[in-house]
Ligand binder design. Structure first.
Ligand SMILES: Nc1ncnc2c1ncn2[C@@H]1O[C@H](COP(=O)(O)OP(=O)(O)OP(=O)(O)O)[C@@H](O)[C@H]1O
Ligand SMILES: [Mg+2]
Length: 483
């Protein structure tokens, strides 16, 4: 049942109950009023009859005109009370009729008495008649008094009955009204409070993002309708959210593709420039190297300036090689190479400063399938970065580990570490924190390692050091020669 209907029932019951109480009070007052009027009129009749009885006695004693006229006056007022009295009860009406008849009779009897007293000499028979008339008058008056007393009593009883009946009706009405309204109110509270709490909890869950939660109840009232409408709304919201998520995914995918496209374009442009610069620098470098060699021969000794020229040539050579490696997409060579020998060759290519201790823990028996020249460049770049990160000296530990189908080669230094803000950029081409750096070392490392189906990861702590870990597949197939 709807809450509105329940509230309407409550209102109807309240109005009906109040109406019953009001009508009961109205009719009770009316009946009590009537009973009181009857009582008062009957009481007047009793009083007047008593007085008439006294006046009769007075007249019979003295036969005075004053008492006679008093009697008639009193009788007139008594007659008025008798005729004015209205009675609905049939039994009481017959009592009243009797009183009215007696009233008529006493007037006749008194008139006869008055006539008999007005005669001079009374015969014996007339005196006897007077006695009879006096007795009749007294009996009739007595009869009237008891009749009127009966009417008084009946009026009192009726008043009492009316009061009791109206009390009963009002009490019953109040009990019925309280019971019905109370029960209905409890039902209303139950049908509002409990579902509202449930709805509130459900809405909170949905607000927290659980769009699968249902709050709908089968109840047919307004809250039931509201909860079902809420479920429909959540369902539409779910559809909208799902399509929005799809759209977001699509947008993200497109953005990634665009980024890759832009990066590819950028790499192509960088590659072109790198090839040009690399070629242009290679020949002058070769000439400088040749000139240094001749100078050394001519001087017959190696000076510190010559050493500096050679180290600069080596640095410039490294940069040119990096530029060319980055720009060229060479065809992939994968031959079996011993990892330990490869690392030794790479280390020989570098002049590791005296303050840097190199700890080589590379396993002797490990082989990988790679292009030895390219992989050497990978190792050289990582080791060079480590050495450059330890200007005040430190330890470089090289280790290998076999992990399933892969070999892990780790390069751990005790250098400066990588700042948090730079961490995500170190593999970007041309990102460098060095004044003389090109920022091509790590991008080449990553490119080569990934070409051999490998991965590179890095862990670093500022002030404590950095560890680069290269993961390469053990098998030839993964190495890529067959592809
Ligand atoms: N072992 C390391 N310790 C601290 N920082 C490092 C280390 N390796 C790389 N980096 C940081 O990553 C940056 C990029 O290195 P990357 O080798 O690509 O370029 P580079 O060394 O600056 O220049 P290039 O290698 O071209 O001469 C470096 O500039 C440096 O800031
Ligand atoms: Mg470098």
């Amino acid at each position: 049942m709807k809450i509105k209907t329940r509230l309407e029932i409550n209102a109807i019951f309240l109005v009906c109950g109040l109406l019953v109480i009001a009508l009961t009070l109205f009719f009770s007052f009316q009946q009590i009023n009537e009973a009181m009027q009857q009582y008062m009129a009957a009481d007047e009749i009793v009083q007047s009859t008593f007085e008439l009885n006294i006046i009769t006695g007075d007249y019979l004693l003295h036969q005075e005109k004053r008492a006679q006229s008093q009697w008639y006056l009193k009788h007139d007022s008594l007659s008025k009370y008798v005729t004015d009295l209205e009675i609905k009860d049939l039994e009481d009406q017959s009592v009243l009729d009797n009183i009215a008849q007696n009233n008529q009779d006493i007037e006749d009897i008194f008139s006869q008495l008055v006539t008999s007293y007005e005669g001079q000499e009374l015969s014996e028979g007339e005196t006897a008649l007077q006695g009879i008339l006096q007795t009749q008058l007294s009996v009739k008056l007595q009869d009237m008094v008891s009749g009127a007393s009966l009417l008084c009593k009946a009026a009192q009883e009726r008043e009492l009955t009316v009061i009791q009946t109206s009390n009963l009706i009002i009490t019953v009405s109040i009990i019925v009204l309280t019971a019905v309204m109370g029960a209905n109110s409890i039902l209303i509270i139950k049908s509002i409070a409990q579902p509202l709490t449930k709805l509130h909890e459900g809405v909170e869950k949905i607000t927290r993002g659980n769009l699968n939660h249902k709050v709908g109840s089968p109840v047919k009232d307004e809250i039931g309708q509201l909860s079902r409408a809420f479920d429909q709304m959540t369902a539409s919201l779910k559809i909208t959210t799902a399509s929005r998520d799809e759209l977001n995914k699509e947008i993200t995918k497109r953005k990634q593709t665009e980024k890759l496209l832009r990066e590819a374009e950028r790499f192509a442009a960088i590659g072109e420039t790198a090839t040009m610069v690399g070629h242009d620098l290679r020949n002058p470098l070769q000439a400088i190297r040749f000139a240094e060699y001749n100078l050394r021969k001519k001087l017959q000794k190696d000076t510190s300036q010559l050493k500096s020229i050679r180290s600069s040539i080596q640095y410039a050579d490294q940069a040119v090689n990096n530029l060319l490696d980055f720009s060229q997409d060479r065809s992939l060579i994968a031959v079996r190479v011993n990892l330990s020998s490869l690392m030794n060759e790479a280390l020989e290519m570098l002049q590791i400063p005296g303050n840097v201790k190199a700890v080589n823990k590379i396993g002797e028996q490990l082989d990988v399938y790679v292009d030895p020249n390219l992989m050497k460049r990978v190792f050289v770049n990582i080791v060079l970065n480590a050495v450059q990160a330890m200007p005040k000296g430190g330890t470089l530990t090289l280790k290998t580990r076999s992990v399933g189908k892969h070999i892990e080669i780790s390069f751990k230094d005790t250098g400066t570490g990588i700042a948090k803000k730079d961490f995500s950029k170190i593999f970007d081409p041309f990102f460098t924190t060095k004044s003389k750096g090109l920022g091509l070392g790590l991008p080449i490392v990553k490119k080569v390692v990934e070409r051999y189906e490998g991965t590179i990861s890095v862990e670093s702590q500022v002030g404590k050091g950095t560890t680069f870990t290269v993961r390469l597949p053990k098998s030839r197939e993964k190495g890529g020669e067959k592809r």
